[in-house]
Design a protein around this ligand. Structure first.
Ligand SMILES: [Zn+2]
Ligand SMILES: [Zn+2]
Length: 218
C-alpha cells in the first residue's frame, strides 16, 4: 500500500507552488498523508493514520527548513534531529509525553523547584527515570541539554547484521530522501505551504466525511 515517491518522475519540473497545486488535486481522503495506508476509522477528519506518522511528516518539514536556512550544519541541531528521528523510526515519541497529566507535571516542577536535577539549570522536560511509569518517584525535571544527553544514551546504534537493521536503514533512507528532495515528495512534506495547506486538506476531508455520513442526517 506504500505510495511510490513522485519526485523521481523526470517530468516533475514545477515550481514548489505549482507542485503543491498539483499534489492537492491528488489528495485522497482517508489515506494517511505520510505512509499511504488507508485510514480505517474515519469518524472525524484526519490526515494521518497515527501520531507516529504525523510526527514523521512534521520532522520532514522541519529538516527541510533546516536544510534551506543552513541550520542543519549546526551539530546541536543535527543531534536533536537524529534523536527525534530515532523516536519516529521506533513508531513515534508520544509514549514519553502522553501519560503525564498536567497536575502530575506541575507537582514534579514544584518539587524540583524548577531546576534540572542533573545540572541545576532551569528545567524544561519531565523525564521518566526508567521505563514509562508516571509514579512521582519515577519522574524528574531535566533541562534540554541533559535530557538530550540522556535520550542519546538510550538510542541503540544498529549496525549491518543486527536484527532489524534492514528495516531501520530503509526507514532512515526514506526519511532523508524526503528531507533532501528538491521538491516536496508528498503533500505533507511541503514546508513552505503547509500552514495554509493542512487547513485546506482537512476541509476536503471533512467534506468527504459529510458526504459519507450525510445520508443519515436528521
Ligand atoms: Zn501513516
Ligand atoms: Zn541539566
Amino acid at each position: 500500500m506504500r505510495k511510490e515517491p513522485r519526485a523521481a518522475d523526470p517530468y516533475v519540473r514545477f515550481s514548489s507552488f505549482m507542485a503543491t497545486r498539483c499534489m492537492t488535486k491528488q489528495f485522497v481522503p482517508f489515506v494517511c498523508l505520510n505512509c499511504g495506508e488507508k485510514l480505517l476509522l474515519h469518524t472525524s477528519p484526519k490526515l494521518y493514520c497515527s501520531v507516529g506518522c504525523s510526527q514523521e511528516a512534521e520532522l520532514v518539514r522541519y529538516v527541510r527548513r533546516c536544510i534551506k536556512d543552513g541550520r542543519i550544519k549546526r551539530p546541536d541541531v543535527l543531534e536533536a534531529i537524529q534523536i527525534r528521528l530515532a523516536h519516529v523510526v521506533a513508531g513515534g515519541y508520544q509514549k514519553q509525553e502522553r501519560h503525564i497529566p498536567p497536575d502530575v507535571r506541575q507537582t514534579v516542577i514544584v518539587r524540583e523547584k524548577g531546576r534540572c536535577r542533573i545540572c541545576g539549570q532551569p528545567g524544561t522536560e519531565i523525564d521518566h527515570i526508567e521505563g514509562s511509569s508516571i509514579r512521582l518517584e519515577n519522574l524528574q525535571l531535566l533541562c534540554d541539554t541533559c535530557h538530550n544527553k540522556k535520550t542519546r544514551t538510550n538510542i541503540v546504534e544498529v549496525r549491518a547484521g543486527d536484527e532489524g537493521y534492514a528495516t531501520i536503514k530503509a526507514k532512515h533512507d526514506q526519511f532523508w530522501e524526503r528531507a533532501e528532495a528538491r521538491h516536496p515528495m508528498r503533500i505533507c512534506d511541503d514546508e513552505e505551504n503547509w500552514t495554509g495547506l493542512w487547513h485546506m486538506l482537512l476541509a476536503e476531508c471533512r467534506q468527504a466525511l459529510n458526504k459519507k455520513t450525510g445520508s443519515r442526517g436528521s
